[in-house]
Design a protein around this ligand. Sequence first.
Ligand SMILES: *[C@@H]1O[C@H](CO)[C@@H](O)[C@H](O)[C@H]1NC(C)=O
Ligand SMILES: *[C@@H]1O[C@H](CO)[C@@H](O)[C@H](O)[C@H]1NC(C)=O
Ligand SMILES: *[C@@H]1O[C@H](CO)[C@@H](O)[C@H](O)[C@H]1NC(C)=O
Ligand SMILES: *[C@@H]1O[C@H](CO)[C@@H](O)[C@H](O)[C@H]1NC(C)=O
Length: 411
Amino acid sequence: MASNGAVYGPFVVGTALAASNRKPSGYNVESYRFNIAQVEEDVEDWSISRASGFNGSLGGNFVDTTNVDPDIAAILASAAESPFISYDAEFECILGPSPTLQLLAGPVDRDFALEGGIYVEETNSIWFTGIGPGEAGHVVRALNLSDNTIYKPVKDNLVLRPNGGTYYRGHVYIAFWGNRTVTGGVLAIDVHTGETKTVVNNYFGLPFNSPNDVACAERPDPSSGIRRRAVFFTENDFGAPNLLNETGPAVLPSTVWRLDPDEESLQPVITRADIPYPNGVAVNLDATKLYVSDTPVSYIRGQGVGRSGSPAIYVYDLMEDLVPINKRLFSFSRSRIPDGIKVDDAGRVWSAEGEGVVVRDSGGKILGAFNDKVLLNSRDSEISNFALYGDKLLILAEERIWSVKLGQRVR
Ligand SMILES: *[C@@H]1O[C@H](CO)[C@@H](O)[C@H](O)[C@H]1NC(C)=O
Ligand SMILES: *[C@@H]1O[C@H](CO)[C@@H](O)[C@H](O)[C@H]1NC(C)=O
Ligand SMILES: *[C@@H]1O[C@H](CO)[C@@H](O)[C@H](O)[C@H]1NC(C)=O
Ligand SMILES: *[C@@H]1O[C@H](CO)[C@@H](O)[C@H](O)[C@H]1NC(C)=O
């Protein structure tokens, strides 16, 4: 967002936090924008001292930085209270002239609406999961977008530690951790009947540790004319004793797995040497690219950057047989970790991370953010996932569920 230390606006700043906290639903956010600094034209001036007057920390967001220039500092302070923060004109096109922020549910319990964010067109609902302790951590829930009621779409209700998921051909696929006695894996849930079947829960008898997220890819192979399909899921040991201690000792190394339902083959495609803790996973519209977010576990534990991977999103090309190749670093999150990721129909990558929901173009440039400081009920909560549907963004903010009406169709 600031390649040479300069901040190049415009920022879009909506109404202040206080107003958005009080009104339960259905208010408009007026936005206005202004430039806070232009990129210096003169290359000679590009030698920037440490952060060019910006003073920030990893614990905060970019808008929490201060600046020696009081005008810039004032704009940052104002942006910190704005639900929408724009770094590029394209973000304003996404928002449109009158983006509307609506509270659909909450405040509810911590960890209530944490993961998932799966739009199901047939039932006009968004499915989501919680992974906190207690009952909320063990059910899949759905928000009926027709009347904003929340219901349980899974027939027997119990999915042990459900995490991320995706929709594919009449089913919601959900990655779940299981517990010390029940092995986690991937479930397919019929969106009409709520009946579940286990898609995969072991690799030749070895249990998974805590499957985290799923993405389905489908693409015709022009050379054979055959439709290729693959289910990618991420697996790491967050549930094992060294982090959350829910699932017992890890057996398999952290891996991105590829299940080919037609070949009936389960294969590891990305090792922990490439991505130490694969977390969110997403495929673009035409199934030519695979995105995977990494998790620097030491960040979460407050141990700094040295002990594990990076707060990175990586992109791979998908070959015609849907095998990922050509790993490239796509982006870093400025604070905390990139978790849930989704690719919109224009190829932009949306990511839930420390600053909220951050939107990047297909080249990795940060376009703007939906500010977690406004959307969260408390600083202990976090935004880990979201859903894109039609011209709307649904944000799972743990204790709250928000919908933002955008200025264009994104999915
Ligand atoms: C940066 O911010 C921190 C925390 O607010 C403060 O303690 C420190 O003095 C600041 N440093 C500079 C150079 O302004
Ligand atoms: C969603 O709400 C509408 C309106 O109340 C209702 O007709 C529909 O059956 C509900 N859908 C589900 C899946 O519960
Ligand atoms: C795992 O979950 C199953 C199903 O709810 C339960 O019967 C079992 O006791 C659980 N195991 C542990 C160690 O909690
Ligand atoms: C993990 O949980 C088990 C069972 O509750 C407990 O015995 C063990 O001490 C825990 N380990 C850590 C590292 O917290």
